[in-house]
Design a protein around this ligand. Structure first.
Ligand SMILES: CC/C=C\C/C=C\C/C=C\CC/C=C/CC(=O)SCCNC(=O)CCNC(=O)[C@H](O)C(C)(C)COP(=O)(O)OP(=O)(O)OC[C@H]1O[C@@H](n2cnc3c(N)ncnc32)[C@H](O)[C@@H]1OP(=O)(O)O
Length: 346
């Protein structure tokens, strides 16, 4: 852990080669989180010493042919880590400088803000694809981060997101739809927007025109048609300007037409230094907010999810131990480890 001049703690996971979460690393994380709380740091940023992996998730070796007592301690320590991180009163952010599968994604989604390096990295909860049911609190971390429906689909498909996918979800128009619509509006040529008063005056003028004075339905319709045709660009432009303003007011970031940002991650960065800077900027947003009020508000906001695990802790542990001790699961772990080894030797 390194604390900068602003009082922000940067905690670097350093367990080569892939920061897989074994008992020792989890215990070290828990002690560090306690220190950050005790030192009254302004906030904490989690990152990794590896240039390509944030964390490979749980260390599979802890679950393969395990010592029963150690396995239980391992799971309880993982629960502790999540309770401390997800429930931390201080601001937390993850500078995700590489792959973040399964438990790696859990750490990231337990933080309040995520900046991920652009590149061929992936992030997600892939448990279902491996034949494991992610425990409720692991699912809750994702559900707390992205919209419920997207979380359900991601969990049931074991989806690993590319950085681009993690940053923003496409609308149901999809990429093809967006392409069909032509260049993004914000990048296209812009008409000078007219004020609503100007539009109103123009409409009134049109209604009082000689054509309108004839007062026949058909002529009125023609006049309206003419107005709509001649003014369509202005009308559309005004609608877009109004929509963009509303989105800005509501802090909805629409960067391109056909897409909207929801965010398993909040931002991307070109390198680790930039990712850490962006995380610091997030933490500094709270400079003028009383820290007690901030921390308590966050904990109340997260209380329901935290309480669920606190209430069901023993049952959750038993479920894990029963699952891991199944011969079928041990067989799967053996195969998975062999597959990983084979891949790493290529
Ligand atoms: C799979 C679990 C199955 C069953 C569990 C059973 C019950 C559990 C019940 C509930 C728990 C639910 C929660 C689970 C959460 C988890 O976190 S499970 C772990 C899931 N993690 C993964 O699937 C990631 C696997 N790793 C990778 O995909 C890649 O390693 C990665 C993309 C992270 C990095 O790729 P790369 O840089 O190319 O590195 P290598 O693949 O070459 O790996 C280097 C060495 O590290 C070893 N290794 C990789 N991941 C793990 C790991 N999670 N645990 C232990 N060891 C790992 C890999 O074998 C290489 O070792 P070697 O150098 O060959 O000795």
């Amino acid at each position: 852990m390194a604390v900068d001049n602003d009082g922000i703690a940067v905690v670097t996971l350093q367990r080569p080669p892939v920061n897989s979460l074994n008992l020792d690393l989890l215990q070290a994380m828990n002690n560090t989180f306690d220190d950050v709380a005790k030192n009254k740091s302004k906030g904490m940023i989690l990152t990794s010493a590896s240039p390509t992996v944030f964390s490979a998730g749980l260390d599979i070796m802890e679950m393969y042919k395990p010592d029963p007592k150690r396995l239980e301690t391992f799971w309880v320590t993982l629960q502790d880590m999540w309770l401390k991180l997800f429930g931390a009163s201080f601001p937390t952010a993850a500078a995700i400088n590489g792959h973040a599968p399964a438990g790696g994604c859990l750490i990231a989604t337990s933080c309040e803000y995520r900046v991920m390096l652009s590149g061929k990295f992936t992030i997600g909860l892939n448990e279902t694809a491996l034949g494991i049911v992610p425990p409720t609190w692991i699912q809750d971390s994702l559900r707390h981060t992205i919209p419920t429906r997207q979380a359900e689909i991601a969990l049931t498909t074991g989806k690993m997101f590319t950085v681009d996918e993690a940053l923003k979800w496409r609308t149901n128009r999809g990429a093809e739809g967006a392409a069909r619509l032509g260049p993004p509006v914000l990048e296209g040529p812009q008409m000078p927007p007219r004020s609503p008063d100007q539009i109103l005056n123009k409409t009134l003028k049109m209604c009082l025109s000689p054509k309108m004075a004839l007062d026949t339905g058909i002529i009125k319709l023609n006049a309206l048609n003419e107005y709509l045709v001649t003014e369509r660009t202005t009308i559309v432009d005004n609608a877009i300007t109004f929509g963009i303003k509303k989105c800005n007011d509501m802090d909805i970031n629409i960067q391109k037409r056909g897409r909207r940002k929801v965010g398993l991650i909040d931002e991307t960065a070109a390198d680790k230094a930039e990712a850490i800077e962006k995380c610091k900027k997030f933490i500094k947003r709270f400079d003028k907010i009383p820290s007690l009020a901030r921390g308590m508000t966050k904990q109340i906001f997260r209380q329901e999810v935290l309480q669920k695990l606190l209430t069901n802790r023993q049952a959750d542990t038993k479920q894990f131990l029963d699952l891991v001790n199944q011969p079928k699961i041990q067989q799967s772990l053996e195969l998975y480890l062999a597959m990983l080894k084979q891949k790493s030797q290529k």
